[in-house]
Design a protein around this ligand. Structure first.
Ligand SMILES: Cc1ncc(COP(=O)(O)O)c(C=O)c1O
Length: 349
């Protein structure tokens, strides 16, 4: 049985969060001399940014809630979804004792955050189609495992994880199930956010770094029950989303008309690139992708990686990842960039 208060680390349950000047006074006033800011202005253009940002990101969350069809209380905002990954681990995992589980090959930050927090990562291999092998989970789930991370679409393989397998884990695991949907906008599947009311242990991660094209601003989202979100808010650094990011994201959310156009163009470019790659002798296999990148198996990943680099093209060499021997991961570029990649690969001997 999932019970969040049992899962949250005892020191966090009883912890008093930092109370900022902006927490202690909300409302109308004419003189703000409560936060040791620079009241003369700032060195930034137009004298901007001398005030601390809203620690609760109210306006931004209201706008995200509309676009994502969730309530603002179900949203946590992080300095990238990487921050949410780290805080989720810190929320429920006792350093030196607890563990998290993920399915390899997958996104590298689950491991980095686990290591940083002195939490062991158990990796269970995906099958040859990069799907979950539920039989491999048997005997692996014990009470020290507090979080299962499922990346769907998965990085670096690009495929969606079967819904029925995820449902099985959500129903049978009594810790948190984090579904990382960084690439969901490029897939045909609906988000797991629609299932939040059915699963109290579900956390869905999304980001502004991919489809929204705002990687430099560092803005990630975690969607979950109000109870989980309020604990994340309690342990986050007070001003984790800076003012520039809040303003720019808000204006992007107020005019979303270009988003589906960009996403459709990236998907069309992906499908063109995937098809063209299958015809190249140097390519052994093109994995189906529901993301904005494609995993390809080549004849010799290290050699082709260096060859591309010598031609000014940087791809990601994934050959050392489990199940990815001789695989390169290629982000979908512009039409012109994709053509240049194809031309370059054609001349490889
Ligand atoms: C699966 C996955 N999750 C999360 C992230 C991190 O996203 P953010 O930029 O929001 O920290 C990435 C970035 O590559 C990713 O591939």
């Amino acid at each position: 049985m999932f019970k969040l208060t049992n899962l949250v680390r005892p020191n966090i349950r009883g912890m008093k969060p930092y109370s900022s000047a902006r927490d202690e006074f909300e409302g109308e006033a004419s003189i703000f001399i409560d936060a040791n800011e620079n009241n003369l202005g700032s060195m930034a253009a137009n004298q901007q940014y001398n005030r601390y940002p809203d620690p609760h990101q109210k306006a931004l969350k209201a706008a995200i809630a509309q676009v994502k069809a969730v309530r603002p209380e179900q949203i946590f905002l992080g300095n990238g979804s990487d921050e949410a990954i780290d805080l989720l681990i810190r929320l429920v995992c006792q350093p030196g004792h607890d563990q998290i589980l993920a399915f390899s090959p997958t996104y590298g930050m689950y491991e980095v955050s686990a290591n940083l927090n002195d939490v062991e990562l158990k990796l269970v291999r995906l099958d040859e189609n990069f799907q979950l092998q539920l039989n491999k989970l048997q005997g692996q789930i014990h009470s020290e495992i507090k979080i299962i991370f499922i990346c769907s679409p998965n990085n670096p393989s690009g495929n969606l994880i079967n819904r029925s397998s995820i449902e099985y884990i959500l129903k049978s695991f009594s810790g948190l199930v984090v579904i990382d949907e960084a690439y969901i906008d490029f897939s045909a599947e609906e988000s797991w956010t629609t299932q939040l009311s059915n699963y109290p242990n579900l956390v869905v991660l999304q980001t502004f770094s991919k489809a929204w094209g705002m990687a430099a601003l560092r803005l990630g989202m975690a969607f979950a029950s109000e109870e989980i979100i309020s604990f994340l808010n309690k342990i986050k650094p007070p001003y984790n989303i800076n003012e520039a990011t809040q303003q720019i994201a808000l204006s992007a959310l107020q005019n979303t008309s270009r988003l589906p156009l960009m996403v459709n163009e990236i998907k069309a470019n992906r499908d063109f690139l995937a098809d063209a790659l299958t015809h190249l002798p140097v390519i052994k296999r093109v994995y189906p992708s529901e993301a904005n990148f494609i995993l390809v198996e080549v004849s010799d990943a290290n050699a082709i990686y260096s060859y591309l680099l010598n031609n000014g093209i940087v791809v990601r060499n994934r050959t050392n990842q489990p199940g990815c021997t001789n695989c390169l991961r290629v982000s979908v570029g512009t039409k012109d960039e994709n053509e240049r990649l194809l031309t370059c690969l054609k001349s490889y001997i």
